[in-house]
Write a protein that binds this ligand. Structure first.
Ligand code: UGA
Length: 454
C-alpha cells in the first residue's frame, strides 16, 4: 500500500521505518528542512536503538520530502504523527495537527484515503481533523469531498528506547473508526504485524512464543480515550509504588521486595512497579494534564490521576531531601548526576527528572556536575541556562564529588568500575535514584548507598 506519514518524530519515523520494512511504499513528510536532509543522507535526527539499521534496510520503500504535493495524492493511508506539545496552560498545542489536516485537504485528489491520527490527540480530534480536511479540500478545489475519505484513530503505544521492538511486536493494535472501509484498509496494512508473518530483522528478533497480535477495533472516541487511559494508568502504577516506597522507608521494608511480592499477582503484574525518582518524558505528564483538562470540560475531576502527578513531583524533591539528610549542608557541595535523559537508550530530555533535580541543587548552592552517554549534546543545546559542569566521563563527574546521584539507569553506569571511582570522590555517597545498582557491591567498596524506598 502507499502510505504517507506527516511528522518524523519518534512516532512518525518509527512507524515509517516499520511499515516500509514490511513492504509498504512509504513517504515521510516533515516541514523541517534539516531533518529531511539528514534522513535523506541515511542519518536519524533522534537516538533510537536500531533505527538507522532499519531505515537502511527499508530504504528501497522509503522516501523523505517536505512537500505535501508529492506525498498526499498517491496515498491510500495518511498518518498524522506530528507533535502535540503542551502549551502554556497545559493543554496540547494543536497547531501542527491543524496544519497537517489542512495540508491533506489541500492536496488530496478525491480518491478514497484514510487519514489516521497517530499523534496523541485530545478526545474528539477525529471529528475535528475530518472537518479541517473537508474544509481545506472545498476551499482549494471549489467542490465537496463527497466523503471519499475517513478519519481513523490508531494510538501509538511505543516506548522510546524500545520503539522498534514495540512497533513490530505490539501487545495490541487499536483502531478507532466509524467507517468499515477504513478499518478494512488498516487491517490490510497491519496484517503482517497482526499475523506476525514477516521475517524479523536479525537485530530485532521476534520474542519467543509471540502469537497473533490482538486487534481492538473501536469507535473513534474510545480509541482516543484508550491512549490517555493507558498512559495515565502506567503513570499511576509508578506513582503508587513510589508512594508505598515512602512508607517502606519509614517502616524498614524494602520496596523492591514489596514490588515483586505484589507484582507476581497476575492481576497486578510486575512491570512499571520500579520505584525511584519517578517518571519523566514527553508523554505521561502531558497526557495526564490533557485527561484532567478534558474531564473538567464535562465538570468532572480526576483525583486519582492528579494524585499520581503530585506524587511524581514529590519524588524529585526527595532527592534533595535525601542529600540534605546525608550531607546536612548543601551549599558549596559538589554533586555529580549520572544520566540526563528521561530514561536509558534515548537522548530525549523532555520532562527529564535530571533537569529539575539539577536546577533544585543549583538553587541550593551546589556545584553540579553532569554526564550522560548520549544526551550531552542535546543537553548543551537545550539547557544553556543551567549552570552545571558538563563532564565527558562518569569518572570526571565523580572527581571531588560529595555525592553521586544515579538519575538514569544506563547500562554503562551499572557496569562501570565503581571500586576505581570511589577514591576520586570527596565522600563516598551514592544515591541510587533508580534502585538499579548493586547495593552489596557498592557497600563492599566503601560507599554509603542510599536507594529510594528502603
Ligand atoms: C510511554 C508509554 O510507556 C508508551 O506506551 C507510550 O506509547 C508513550 O509513553 C507515549 O505516549 O508516546 P515512554 O514515555 O517512551 O513511553 O517511556 P516509559 O518506558 O513508559 O517510561 C516513562 C518514564 O517512567 C521514564 O522516566 C521511566 O524511567 C519511568 N518509569 C518507568 C519508572 O519510573 N518506573 C517504572 O517502573 C517504569
Amino acid at each position: 500500500m502507499n502510505v504517507s506519514i506527516i511528522g518524523t518524530g519518534y512516532v512518525g519515523l518509527t512507524t515509517g521505518a516499520c511499515l516500509a520494512f514490511l513492504g509498504h511504499k512509504v513517504t515521510c513528510i516533515d516541514s523541517d528542512e534539516k531533518k529531511i536532509a539528514l534522513l535523506q543522507a541515511g542519518k536519524t535526527p533522534i537516538y533510537e536503538p536500531f533505527l538507522t539499521e532499519l531505515l537502511e534496510e527499508a530504504r528501497p520503500n522509503l522516501q523523505f520530502c517536505r512537500d505535501y504535493a508529492a506525498a498526499v495524492p498517491s496515498a491510500h493511508v495518511i498518518f498524522i504523527a506530528v507533535g502535540t506539545p503542551p502549551s502554556a496552560d497545559g493543554s496540547p498545542d494543536l497547531r501542527y495537527l491543524s496544519q497537517a489536516a489542512r495540508g491533506i485537504g489541500q492536496y488530496y485528489d478525491g480518491d478514497y484515503v484514510v487519514v489516521v491520527n497517530k499523534s496523541t490527540v485530545p478526545i474528539g480530534s477525529g471529528n475535528w481533523v475530518g472537518s479541517l480536511v473537508r474544509e481545506s479540500f472545498e476551499q482549494h478545489r471549489g467542490r465537496k469531498t463527497g466523503e471519499r475519505f475517513s478519519v481513523a484513530s490508531n494510538p501509538e503505544f511505543l516506548r522510546e528506547g524500545t520503539a522498534l521492538h514495540d512497533s513490530l511486536y505490539p501487545d495490541r493494535v487499536v483502531i478507532g473508526s466509524d467507517d468499515a472501509r477504513s478499518l478494512e484498509m488498516l487491517y490490510t496494512l497491519y496484517r503482517p504485524i497482526l499475523d506476525q508473518t514477516f521475517a524479523p530483522p536479525t537485530y530485532l528478533p521476534r520474542p519467543e512464543g509471540l502469537g497473533a497480535v490482538p486487534l481492538i477495533s473501536t469507535d473513534l472516541a474510545s480509541a482516543e480515550l484508550i491512549k490517555y487511559a493507558a498512559n495515565a494508568f502506567l503513570a499511576l502504577k509508578i506513582s503508587y509504588i513510589n508512594e508505598i516506597g515512602q512508607l517502606a522507608e519509614k517502616v524498614g521494608a524494602d520496596i523492591q521486595q514489596v514490588a515483586k511480592g505484589i507484582g507476581l499477582d497476575v492481576r497486578i503484574g510486575t512491570r512499571f512497579l520500579q520505584a525511584g525518582i519517578g517518571w519523566g518524558g514527553s508523554c505521561f505528564g502531558k497526557d495526564i494534564s490533557a485527561l484532567v483538562a478534558t474531564a473538567s470540560e464535562y465538570s468532572l475531576t480526576m483525583p486519582i490521576v492528579e494524585a499520581a502527578r503530585e506524587i511524581n513531583r514529590r519524588q524529585r524533591e526527595r532527592v534533595v531531601e535525601k542529600l540534605l539528610g546525608e550531607l546536612k549542608i548543601l551549599k558549596g557541595r559538589t554533586i555529580g548526576l549520572l544520566g540526563l535523559a528521561f530514561k536509558p537508550n534515548t537522548d530525549d530530555l523532555r520532562e527529564a527528572p535530571a533537569i529539575d533535580i539539577a536546577r533544585k541543587l543549583v538553587e541550593r548552592g551546589c556545584k553540579v556536575k553532569v554526564h550522560d552517554p548520549v544526551a550531552m549534546e542535546r543537553f548543551q543545546e537545550q539547557h544553556r541556562d543551567l549552570q552545571v559542569i558538563c563532564c565527558e566521563t562518569p569518572e570526571e563527574t565523580a572527581d571531588d564529588a560529595d555525592a553521586l546521584v544515579l538519575i538514569t539507569e544506563w547500562q554503562q553506569y551499572r557496569e562501570m568500575d565503581w571500586e576505581a571511582l570511589a577514591p576520586r570522590m570527596r565522600s563516598r555517597i551514592v544515591l541510587d535514584g533508580r534502585n538499579a545498582l548493586d547495593r552489596a557491591r557498592l557497600t563492599r567498596f566503601g560507599f554509603r548507598y542510599l536507594g529510594i524506598g528502603g
